[in-house]
Every structure is written in structure tokens, then in C-alpha cells.
Design a protein around this ligand. Structure first.
Ligand SMILES: Cc1ncc(COP(=O)(O)OP(=O)(O)O)c(N)n1
Ligand SMILES: Cc1ncsc1CCOP(=O)(O)O
Ligand SMILES: [Mg+2]
Length: 207
């Protein structure tokens, strides 16, 4: 399967009280990957929410990715996204199997992406590209790095950090396959607007 399109990422604070309705609205508009990102340590709630997302994703034929937690991903038989301090890639590939989607945060460093590719990542993520409400302190990344990454890597490239419908086009022009978005999607005022934004992101990627 070609990994290209909108990569929607949940945020527990932003989606409080409207979690499943907003996620379903995004899926309705088209989502290639959906990441469950919850930084709390409430294991019971995390399991419950991740299971609900897995069921929703099955209905919409969307791939679910769990942030940070390879054990939870293995339990649900879905993919995982690992940052540089979230555990090693190779054993995670062994745990989840060769068909699982495993993403790797590479900040603004091509060397990290080359290493991730060697260790079996399915996609590499660069960013942040713009000011981010969700993670203001994330290191910044340039469009030039995307050009180099496109030339040197043979993996889908994901961009993250402050992406909106107004600023995403240059990322696509510089070779991005996956647009990873929290606020630019789920910061919408209504479910109808979430669906409209999801469709519009996909239109930028022409899928
Ligand atoms: C698609 C995608 N890219 C990058 C990240 C950031 O991962 P990480 O650096 O581990 O930071 P946290 O998201 O865990 O705070 C991501 N989650 N998804
Ligand atoms: C998790 C993460 N890693 C780098 S920026 C970011 C947050 C993305 O959220 P937003 O789309 O709201 O900037
Ligand atoms: Mg992480």
C-alpha cells in the first residue's frame, strides 16, 4: 500500500468531549493514517480509546497508528510511531511483524532518517515546519531538508508541525507524501468543517 495522504493525529485536550465524533468526521473526509496520540499515563482509558479507534478505522479502511507505545500497538495489531526516545526500531519491527506500519521521528536530521530506513521504518517524519500549538518546542525543519530527503531516501516522507490548509502546499511541492496534522484539522468549529478540511488536505495531495 502506498502511504500518501492526510495523517490525522488525535489530541486528548483538543478533542475532549468530541473525540469519536471529530475523528469520524475526519475519516469521512479521507484519512490515510490516524495516529492515537495521548501523553497521559491512564492505561485503562488509553486502551479503551485505542480500541474504539481501531474499530472506527476498520469501518473506514484507515490504518491506525499508536504513538509511543509498541506494546499497545502489538496488543491491537496496528502500527506504531516512535520518537528518538521511544524505544529501538529493529526490535519493534520484530514484535509487530514485517507488514506493520512503523514511523520514526527524524526532526531535521537526514542521518536519523537513513538510520531509521536501515532499521525497518515504513515512513520517516520531519518537522516541525511551522509554529505548533500542540508541540511548540519541537525543533524546526526547512524545505531544503525535504529536497535532500526526497533525493536520498526511498521511503514515504511525512511532514509535521503547525500544518494548515494555508501553508501545506509548499511541503507537497517539496516531496512530502504524508501531511501530519493535529490543530489544522481538529481545531475546527464543527464536524462538517473537519470533514471539509480532510477533503481539502487530500486534494492538495491529489489522492
Ligand atoms: C507523524 C509524527 N511525527 C512526529 C511525531 C513526534 O514524535 P515524538 O518526537 O516522539 O514526540 P511525541 O509526539 O511523542 O510527543 C509524531 N508523534 N508523529
Ligand atoms: C507531535 C509533534 N511533533 C512535532 S510537531 C508536533 C505537533 C503537531 O501538531 P500541530 O499540527 O497541532 O502542530
Ligand atoms: Mg513519542
Amino acid at each position: 500500500m502506498k502511504l500518501r495522504g492526510l495523517y490525522a493525529i488525535t489530541d486528548s485536550q483538543l478533542l475532549a468531549g468530541k473525540f469519536l465524533s471529530y475523528v469520524e468526521a475526519a475519516l469521512e473526509g479521507g484519512v490515510t493514517l490516524l495516529q492515537y496520540r495521548d501523553k497521559s499515563s491512564d492505561e485503562a482509558r488509553r486502551l479503551r480509546e485505542a480500541e474504539a479507534l481501531r474499530d472506527l478505522c476498520e469501518r473506514y479502511k484507515t490504518q491506525l497508528i499508536i504513538n509511543d507505545d509498541a506494546e499497545l500497538a502489538a496488543r491491537l495489531n496496528v502500527g506504531v510511531h516512535l520518537g528518538q526516545t521511544d524505544g529501538p526500531l529493529s526490535p519493534t519491527r520484530a514484535l509487530l511483524g514485517r507488514d506493520a506500519i512503523i514511523g520514526s521521528t527524524c526532526h531535521a536530521q537526514l542521518g536519523l532518517a537513513e538510520q531509521a530506513a536501515k532499521e525497518g521504518a515504513s515512513y520517516v517524519a520531519f518537522g516541525r515546519f511551522f509554529n505548533s500549538n500542540t508541540k511548540p518546542g519541537a525543533p524546526t525543519c526547512s524545505l531544503e531538508l525535504l529536497d535532500q530527503a526526497r533525493q536520498q531516501l526511498h521511503l514515504p516522507i511525512c511532514a509535521i508541525g503547525g500544518i494548515t490548509l494555508d501553508n501545506a502546499a509548499p511541503l507537497v511541492a517539496h516531496g512530502v507524501d504524508l501531511l501530519a496534522v493535529v490543530h489544522g484539522l481538529f481545531g475546527a468549529e464543527s464536524t462538517a468543517e473537519v470533514t471539509r478540511r480532510a477533503r481539502a488536505f487530500n486534494e492538495l495531495l491529489k489522492i
